[in-house]
Design a binder for this molecule. Structure first.
Ligand SMILES: O=C(O)CCC(=O)C(=O)O
Ligand SMILES: [Fe+2]
Length: 347
């Protein structure tokens, strides 16, 4: 079975794009990180968003959860989820371990720098190299056990970090699976259609750090993007996440709701659902006073699995291809990758 790491080996990053700056030492935003105003035109303000304009908050245990989730996937490609069964305690502990990592001196964090063709470890986001400007962000990616890296950071004190990160991934994987079953039900697709994914699915946990920024309006944490995989389950306790509302053509803030997790759909679900579900365009803004941490869990099929609209869709609007091949297209065409695999109407 080919893994995601195998697939990304052939799509290496340059070192320049992997090494984040020593944010702590920056008293102003360097030119390399200054974005054109049009890209950060909506500064984050506590009072500028009415909750009803933003993505829905859905109780997973509600009797009509399937319908609510189905509609949210169609209208927004994202929602906040409560009553999901993951304890607040676990989430808080994982966040505090993530913070423990990111507040280490840069020289320590560079000990676990991701390699140019690697998936795991410390570094800038993979998406960094597709933009002309750099991002006010640093990340740490985990797939399974983070032991190898954790023991380099904390030779005598890494067990808590490892146990929490492994436990969190296990819980996230179960929740992602459960959510996909709900989505399949709404799409009237049998579980069999994603059987291979379910039995071989991998996941990756992306810890995100957005240090407090001297001039938050001039830069961006994560530039607008959709996620590539099936679903992303995100925790944020400080605001910063925004989702693009295609209907009103505006960015809406996703204010953190205590205990809720944000679910957003990736490109693969848009493909599998034949465009009935959409992958949500989103971005992360930075702020002047708080060092914001978020945790994103990506649920990923094996790299050699087939990706295409479910068989129940008689007129597929996307062609079916191997995930590895899609990842290459995605790398080359970024947000246009779904149009590249679209089947034209006249055929
Ligand atoms: O930090 C956030 O709110 C967003 C993170 C994100 O979009 C990602 O990791 O892909
Ligand atoms: Fe994302």
């Amino acid at each position: 079975m080919a893994t995601l790491s195998d697939a990304y080996k052939v799509i290496p990053m340059t070192l320049k794009h992997i090494i984040p700056p020593d944010f702590e030492s920056l008293k102003r935003v360097p030119d390399s990180h200054v974005w054109p105003q049009t890209d950060v035109d909506l500064p984050l303000q506590d009072d500028d968003e009415k909750p009803e304009r933003s993505i829905p908050v859905i109780d997973l245990m509600a009797p009509n959860a399937v319908e609510l989730i189905g509609h949210a996937c169609e209208d927004w490609g994202a929602f906040q989820l409560t009553n999901h069964g993951i304890s607040t305690n676990l989430i808080d502990e994982v966040e505090s371990q993530a913070r423990r990592l990111f507040v280490l001196p840069t020289i320590e964090k560079l000990k676990v720098l991701r390699s140019t063709d690697g998936m795991t470890g410390y570094g800038a986001s993979r998406m960094a190299q597709s933009f002309p400007k750099l991002l006010w962000h640093e990340g740490f990616t985990i797939m399974g056990s983070p032991l190898h890296h954790a023991q380099q950071l904390w030779p005598h004190d890494h067990q808590v970090f490892c146990d929490l990160m492994e436990n969190y991934q296990k819980k996230m994987k179960e929740l992602a699976h459960q959510l996909l079953l709900v989505m399949l039900k709404w799409l009237q697709v049998s579980e069999e259609d994603l059987k291979w994914t379910f039995s071989m699915a991998q996941g990756s946990l992306q810890l995100n750090s957005y240090p407090a920024c001297p001039n938050p309006k001039s830069t961006i944490g994560l530039a607008p993007h959709t996620d590539t995989m099936l679903v992303t389950i995100l925790h944020q306790s400080d605001p910063g996440l925004q989702i693009f509302n295609g209907k009103s053509r505006s960015w809406v803030t996703v204010l953190p709701v205590a205990g809720a997790l944000v679910v957003n759909l990736g490109n693969l679900l848009q493909i599998f659902s034949n465009g009935k579900f959409q992958s949500a365009m989103h971005r992360a803004l930075v702020n002047q006073y708080r060092h914001r941490i978020s945790m994103a869990y990506f649920y990923v099929p094996p790299a050699d699995s087939m990706v295409g609209p479910f068989a129940r869709f008689e007129r597929p609007v996307y062609r079916t291809l191997v995930l590895k091949e899609y990842l290459q297209i995605r790398h080359e065409h970024r947000e246009d990758s779904l149009s590249v695999i679209r089947i034209d109407d006249e055929d």
